[in-house]
Design a protein around this ligand. Structure first.
Ligand code: KIV
Ligand code: ZN
Length: 541
């Protein structure tokens, strides 16, 4: 009989740990809502103890996103677990995910604990988390480089303490399929109580084997796969959600496994994550890359025209890849724009809608027809824009043969205006310098890329940049029919991410973290006991 594999999405936790990504609360909720439409089983919403912003974002998701289990990460530490619970307790189905390293490398050099201490800490963490909820996952970090005997012992103890899911992470992406399969088999055979829990795997992609390893683990008895949209995650990323889901979907004949994922939402999820994180999808990426369903050679085109099955093993429609139709024209009003955006799943507030409308009108004046992808790009640009962060109110630039390029910008933030002019090596350079001058931010441009959103010379430009700010890489993205404006928007977006991350206001943010966390809600509807988290936020793992 076909068996069900649970899809645990960690785009908002491990995915967000990718360098340069720093999603704001609105972006996180937007992605979580798309994950709910995708019908993943579990959304790992974040690591609440890491910062006040992260805590609030997880809480927001737990309160508002319905359908999947909402999970929060916590180290094997009571204070972490308190914060995790406080963030997710209002979810329909909350899950605490606690983890501890079990490999020699991590025990000796990083956490400085003996195997006995690790067993005790893991047991204690699960027992403690179970006081809050009956859904507790335990991960043995760096499991694939751990002594299997220690793994059996730790897993046996945490199951006894009440863990409902045990997770086997290939934290450094080191294992290979046969070896991982054998490890999972060993766990299935040697861990007491294993039949009562779900066995999960969490594979990183350092050797490009995350999907293959997850599949091998399923063959050995794992029934949950942790994965991320577009394969985002630490370093080379995690197992890609779209790939593992489509493997199981397309090769059900061979695996006899299925998932509950609504595959037609995959493409939209991939685009949303890419647009909001600023991480572009490589054109030849399986399932969601621009070329994933493109047939270039004459022989292939000929075959596909005669019968798609000649060169296609799945249909683009199955992953939600449909040609964008024309949606609106220059005579469409605010109401039509709002209705269309809501049909597409974007709910903007009044100010955001007004800004989107102005940009839509400008675009509709330039192009007669505004496509779905254009509307989507404008909506996502507005979702990225928060009132408390810098916004572009105005920009102008000029250049010419023999003339020095010059640009002027006017930005606003919380009612205050920031203006500057600058010259540059070209118009893009001039406008970006003006943005830095206006915001008084020092940054080094590490990467710059421009793509067209739709086909044709009148297409919107989609600029992705990477800036080094205060020693951190920050990714920024901006769209506009004018690539100079798109570049300015991308710069502002990267600067805003640095602001959100607290790179300019460390002291102030530390105080905020303390005061925001200090008064805890009294009644915990689902808690079995009360605990007092320490007020101080911990650094990101
Ligand atoms: O890679 C890893 O080990 C993790 C754990 C927290 C599950 O992300
Ligand atoms: Zn990980």
């Amino acid at each position: 009989m076909t068996e069900r594999i649970y899809i645990f999405d960690t785009t908002l936790r491990d995915g967000e740990q990718s360098p340069g990504i720093s999603l704001n609360q609105r972006e996180k909720v937007e992605i979580a809502e798309q994950l709910a439409r995708l019908e993943v089983d579990i959304i790992e919403a974040g690591f609440p103890v890491s910062s006040t912003g992260e805590f609030e974002a997880v809480k927001n998701i737990a309160k508002n996103v319905k359908g999947p289990v909402i999970c929060a990460l916590a180290r094997a530490d009571r204070n972490d677990i308190d914060w995790a619970w406080e963030a997710i307790m209002f979810a329909e189905r909350p899950l605490i995910h606690t983890f501890l390293s079990t490999s020699e490398y991590h025990m000796k050099y990083q956490i400085k604990k003996t195997p006995k201490q690790v067993v005790d800490m893991a047991r204690d963490a699960v027992t403690y988390a179970r006081k809050y909820t009956e859904n507790v996952e335990f991960s043995a970090m760096d499991a694939t480089r751990s002594d299997p005997k220690l793994l059996y012992q730790v897993f046996t103890e945490v199951i006894k303490a009440g863990a409902t899911v045990i997770n086997v992470p290939d934290t450094v992406g080191y294992t290979i399929p046969d070896e991982f399969e054998a490890l999972i088999k060993g766990i299935m055979e040697n861990v007491k109580g294993i039949e009562k829990v779900v066995v999960s795997v969490h594979c990183h992609n350092d050797l490009g084997l995350a999907v293959a390893n997850s599949l091998a683990a399923i063959g050995a008895g794992a029934r949950q796969v942790e994965c991320a949209i577009n394969g985002l995650g630490e370093r080379a990323g995690n197992c890609s959600l779209e790939e593992i889901v489509m493997v199981l979907n397309t090769r059900k004949d061979a695996t006899d496994m299925t998932t509950g994922v609504k595959t037609r939402e995959i493409y939209q999820a991939s685009r949303l994550v890419s647009m909001l994180t600023g991480y572009n999808v490589q054109p030849n990426k399986a399932i969601v890359g621009e070329n994933a369903f493109a047939h270039e050679s004459g022989i292939h085109q000929d075959g596909v025209l005669k019968n798609r099955a000649t060169y296609e093993i799945m249909s683009p429609e199955d992953v939600g890849l449909v040609e964008s139709e024309i949606y609106l024209g220059k005579h469409s009003g605010r109401h039509a724009l709002k209705t269309k955006l809501e049909e597409m799943g974007f709910y903007l507030d009044d100010k955001g809608l007004e800004r989107a409308y102005v940009r839509f009108k400008e675009l509709a004046d330039k192009k007669k027809e505004v496509a779905v992808k254009d509307l989507e790009a404008i909506a996502l640009d507005e979702i990225r824009t928060l009132e408390e962060l810098f916004q572009l109110d105005y920009m102008q630039s000029s250049s010419g043969t023999g003339a020095i390029p010059i640009a002027a910008v006017k930005l606003s933030r919380e009612g205050k205006s920031y203006e500057a002019t600058s010259t540059g090596d070209g118009q893009v350079d001039a406008v970006c310098r003006a943005v830095l001058k206006a915001t008084k931010v020092r940054a080094k441009l590490v990467a710059y890329q421009v793509q067209a959103i739709t086909k044709g010379l009148d297409a919107m430009g989609d600029v992705t940049i990477k800036l080094e700010i205060e020693g951190h890489d920050m990714v920024g993205r901006g769209v506009s029919p004018d690539i100079i404006e798109a570049s300015a928007r991308a710069y502002i977006n990267a600067i805003n991410r640095a602001v959100q991350k607290g790179l300019f206001e460390k002291k102030k943010l530390a105080r905020k973290a303390t005061s925001a966390h200090a008064p805890r809600p009294k009644a915990k509807t689902k808690a079995k006991t009360k605990a007092k988290p320490k007020a101080k936020a911990q650094p990101q793992e």
